[in-house]
Ligand binder design. Structure first.
Ligand code: DMJ
Length: 643
């Protein structure tokens, strides 16, 4: 330290004695240490860091952005796949452009830190921060070619048992089936073209008023119909449309929104849609966007139990429960429908935090006492106890069960907890909810503290497909029984369609007061282009090849064409029992993502997105089965080859 010489003060230092100087220096160094301690170790040090350090020094830690290896592999990807799909190269998709893209989408740990309030969850995130850092370090070393721990798209492709798009894009040999498939593709194009013309960039199309709808489900995020359509357009070979969608994601998908979003909806539609688009195309753009968004969802888990709340502000990270959910509870079908996407976020980023968050939910649900083995729909994120004893395989409960069996399948059948929880839940459902109507229809009733409500929602009709895909892994003596149960439920749901005048099914149908698979209340008579019944047809077709499922699917196509197709898109209807239909003026994004995709798959060969390799998330976005051992073998092979 240099003291400037002051006039009249001796060089020995302002006339101070040596011992005084020593004490002064000691005091100074203590002060400096204290300041730096505060800067780096106090909990909310981010603002201080921002004051003292330059922006580059507090740059965010990159969470698993694609390594250069991945980028190179992507660029080297066999051309035929792109040509087959007519993909235009992403604008300026050079190595360096992609690198800068990775940089841009790296997620700010700083921001996450800032969003969090204290407590256990903050510790979790701090922990994750350090883990994040090490994942990022690994990514950097991979960039230098030293490690192969980060996700490689080529390795992933080599671990698929079959090509994702089949030998011939699932083209069926039978001309009638082919013509039906072409019709579905035309419906998709029609729905898309009108969305593009009248609602581009908005969340949904309003086909009667010919404008866009934004709504309040996605927290200010836009383009839900675009994200939900990416994979459908791609598998249908609608490449011009797919390229438009991709360009929109590249130039206009702004994830820095500041609104209140449904954690569940953002996850299943946006994260799921982006992940599926990445796994189908290998385009890093989708992977980076999915990870950037995934990071923004993490603060929702910042509760005493780690059970996330239903609503999250994507900007601040503050979360809370739905106003209508009793006593501030979280909803089973919402916090129980994150597993598939979050496991894939960990897979792609090499950051364990996503998987840890959903495994924590899983553990809590596994441990907690369940009335009659059933899972009620409302749970307190504070106490971790059930709030109400309402059980339903339809709305509020549905996709929790779906994600149990799909987690098991997606783990290459290694996730034993998911398996045992699924089959125990199914036993409880059979013992308490499965009913036979006087007319011989099998249905799933709802359960309210021990009292049955003989009502089945359209949403519950997904369960035919779910029980079907789980049949083969059940106890040997139960397999045929499960397949039969799946067929019976699918049959009942088909009945709910055939018993209406329009041949489309109501939102809910009942089995009491003489009703058999029909809606008895005016408020249950609407159809909003939902997919669940068609979803079960698709799975049951794949599992049994009984031609009736294709016939039932075709009946649905005809009904959709007759009653839901309007001049500028497709619309839901207010009453399925009246032929003078009244339209609801909404083309839901799940119509493009699910209803039309499942119809297309129903009329395709089984090798288009084969079930040996893919599971569909609850919004019908295909996610690949993770073959850990194959991926590890492939990594070893790569290392040996490059040695
Ligand atoms: C979709 O968004 C998903 O399938 C969800 O799981 C339930 N509801 C809609 C479609 O009906």
């Amino acid at each position: 330290m240099v003291f400037r010489k002051l006039p009249g003060v001796s060089a020995s230092g302002m006339g101070l004695r040596l011992s005084q100087k020593f004490v002064f220096l000691l005091f100074l160094s203590g002060l400096v240490t204290l300041c730096f301690g505060a800067l780096f170790f106090l909990p909310d040090s981010v603002r201080l860091k921002r004051i003292f350090l330059s922006k580059t020094e507090i740059q965010p830690v990159t969470v698993g952005s694609g390594s250069e290896n991945d980028v190179r592999e992507h660029l080297k990807r066999p051309k035929d796949q792109d040509q087959q799909r007519g993909m235009t190269p992403g604008k300026g998709e050079t190595g360096s452009k992609l690198k800068s893209l990775n940089r841009k989408s790296s997620v700010s740990h700083e921001a996450t830190e800032e969003r969090l309030a204290g407590g256990k969850a903050q510790e979790d995130l701090t922990l994750s921060g350090s883990k994040t850092e090490s994942a990022s370090e690994k990514a950097t070393s991979t960039d230098r070619g030293a490690s192969s721990d980060t996700f490689s798209f080529q390795k992933f492709q080599r671990c698929l048992l079959k090509p994702a798009l089949g030998r011939d894009n699932g083209n069926p040999a039978d001309p009638r089936t082919n013509a039906r498939r072409e019709k579905v593709k035309e419906m998709m194009k029609f729905a898309w073209d009108n969305y593009k013309q009248y609602a581009w960039g908005k969340n949904e199309l309003r086909p009667l008023t010919k404008n866009g709808h934004i709504g309040n489900m996605f927290g200010g995020l836009r383009g839900a119909s675009i994200i939900d359509s990416l994979d459908t357009l791609y598998i249908m070979g609608l490449m011009e449309e797919y390229n438009d969608a991709k360009e929109w994601v590249q130039t206009s998908l702004d994830l820095n929104s500041n609104g209140e979003a449904s954690l569940f909806e953002v996850n299943i539609r946006y994260v799921g849609g982006l992940l599926a688009a990445y796994y189908l195309t290998g385009d890093e753009l989708f992977k980076n966007k999915a990870m950037e968004l995934g990071e923004k969802l993490l603060p929702a888990f910042n509760t005493p139990t780690g059970i996330p709340r239903g609503v999250i502000n994507l900007g601040s990270g503050t979360s809370w429960s739905w106003g209508w959910a009793s006593a501030g509870s979280s909803i089973l079908a919402e916090f129980g429908t994150l597993h598939l996407e979050f496991v894939h976020l960990t897979e792609l980023s090499n950051n364990p935090i996503y998987k840890e968050k959903v495994m924590n939910i899983r553990k809590l649900l596994n441990k907690i006492e369940k009335p009659h083995g059933l899972y009620p729909n409302f749970l307190s994120p504070v106490s971790g106890n059930w709030v109400q004893h309402h059980v339903s395989i339809g709305g509020l409960g549905d996709s929790f069960y779906e994600y149990l069996i799909k987690s098991y399948l997606m783990s290459d059948k290694t996730d034993e907890d998911a398996k045992s929880m699924y089959y125990s839940a199914l036993e409880a459902i059979e013992a308490n909810l499965v009913q036979k109507s006087p007319g011989g229809l099998t249905y799933l009733a709802e359960w309210r503290g021990g009292i049955l409500d003989h009502k089945m929602g359209h949403l519950a009709c997904f369960s035919g497909g779910m029980i079907g895909i789980g049949a083969d892994d059940g106890a040997q003596e139960k397999r045929q029984h499960y397949l039969d149960l799946a067929a019976e439920i699918t049959h009942t749901c088909h009945e709910s369609y055939t018993r209406s005048n329009t041949k489309l099914g109501p939102e809910a149908f009942r089995f009491d007061s003489g009703a058999e698979a029909t809606a008895t209340r005016l408020s249950d008579r609407y159809y909003i282009l939902r997919p669940e019944v068609i979803e079960s047809y698709m799975y049951m077709w794949r599992l049994t090849h009984d031609p009736k499922y294709r016939e039932w699917g075709w009946e649905a196509v005809e009904a959709l064409e007759q009653h839901c197709r309007v001049e500028s898109g497709f619309s839901g209807i207010r009453d399925v029992y009246t032929m003078t239909v009244s339209h609801d003026n909404m083309q839901q994004s799940f119509f493009l993502s699910e209803t039309l995709k499942y119809l297309y798959l129903l009329f395709s060969d089984d090798d288009l997105l084969p079930l040996e390799d893919w599971v569909f998330n609850t919004e019908a976005h295909p996610l690949p089965i993770i073959r850990k051992s194959c991926l590890q073998d492939e990594a070893t092979l790569d290392k040996t080859a490059s040695a």
